[in-house]
Ligand binder design. Structure first.
Ligand SMILES: Nc1ncnc2c1ncn2[C@@H]1O[C@H](COP(=O)(O)OP(=O)(O)OP(=O)(O)O)[C@@H](O)[C@H]1O
Ligand SMILES: [Mg+2]
Length: 315
């Protein structure tokens, strides 16, 4: 879908991005993560030509982006960032309608789209006519995401869209992004330096340092098979166990032949959630049910500790 081939971008004679090779797949939630100044934002901006690469090739849907008119390219990509806020003198509805207006959608169609997006992002309909300064930071960021999604772009580019939010609001927006991604199947590229956000959201994770990719792959692969010490340190040795638990599911560790009584875990929970419930209920073994409530086996606390089997069924 989006492909970087030997892409370099220089600023003042120094490379911000160096010989970058990347493949961001259609429909995937890709996350770029890395230290400050590692070239994440520059990489993102090259995708919609807010920055032009100095050498190499960037392809979108198989075609060199330099062959595509800039405005048309940007129309196919929604862009949401933390620092470019909303238009301050426009209402919420007007902000969301920015691109559909430019594309001369009918009034009815625009109004329907605004309603639909506000519902999708959990914004109350009564906020339609408010000005941005009458919203909380989290609500403003939701409007920013709604605006980026408004014209049904094929790709959603997001640069630290949940920065400057409290952890609770941030977590709920992250969950909504996951849900929206599953619902709409859109290709998303998100930049963050929040490790837990990256692990939670990414199908494909790209770790950058000094303008280069250090390692890329699934979150689980990055945690279990780091290619070097930088990767290991970056994901935090001390937090590793807990992070792994949050990426692994109860379903992978169920012993299907066994049954016990008690308040059950759901198979779709993460092992991290399961851990909390083991502690709360002071049990060594808990029953597991499917989302429909059908018993499907048990989970042993001890099996959580034998986690390195890549989700292999320990039974
Ligand atoms: N417009 C610019 N002019 C000059 N240098 C720039 C410009 N934009 C970025 N840079 C430099 O390029 C490098 C990469 O910047 P970039 O914004 O891509 O980093 P980043 O990974 O997004 O960092 P952060 O996490 O702090 O946002 C940095 O050294 C930065 O100073
Ligand atoms: Mg940045």
């Amino acid at each position: 879908m989006i492909e970087f081939l030997q892409v370099t971008k220089m600023f003042d004679g120094k490379p911000a991005v160096k010989d970058l090779n990347l493949q961001l797949k259609e429909g995937a939630f890709s996350v770029l993560i890395g230290t400050s100044g590692s070239g994440k934002s520059t990489t993102l901006k090259m995708i919609n030509r807010l920055e032009e690469n100095d050498s190499g090739t960037i392809r979108f849907a198989g075609e060199d982006i330099r062959q595509q008119p800039v405005l048309e390219l940007r129309r196919r990509m929604g862009y949401a960032i933390q620092s470019i806020g909303l238009f301050p003198h426009w209402t919420v509805a007007q902000n969301i309608a920015t691109v559909p207006q430019l594309q001369k959608w009918s009034r009815v169609k625009i109004n329907d789209r605004i309603d639909e997006l506000m519902a999708l992002l959990g914004l109350e309909a009564s906020m339609r006519d408010r000005m941005p300064h009458q919203l909380s930071g989290g609500q403003q960021q939701r409007v920013g995401v709604a605006r980026a999604l408004a014209a049904n772009p094929e790709v959603l580019l997001m640069d630290e869209p949940f920065g400057a939010l409290d952890p609770v609001t941030r977590a709920s927006l992250q969950q909504e992004m996951r849900r929206i991604h599953q619902l709409l199947g859109r290709t998303i590229v998100l930049v963050t330096h929040d490790i837990d956000e990256a692990l939670q959201l990414a199908d494909h994770l790209v770790l950058m340092d000094k303008g280069e990719v250090v390692q890329q792959g699934t979150p689980l692969a990055m945690l279990t098979t780091p290619e070097n010490d930088f990767v290991r340190e970056f994901f935090g040795r001390s937090e590793l166990g807990v992070r792994l638990l949050s990426l692994r599911g109860v379903a992978d560790y169920v012993r299907p032949q066994e049954r016990v009584d008690g308040e059950p875990l759901r198979a779709s929970m993460s092992l991290r959630e399961a851990l909390s419930l083991f502690v709360a209920r002071r049990r060594e073994v808990l029953p597991v049910v499917t989302d429909e409530g059908t018993p499907c086996g048990v989970l042993h606390f001890a099996d959580l500790l034998r986690g390195e089997a890549h989700g292999a069924n320990p039974a």
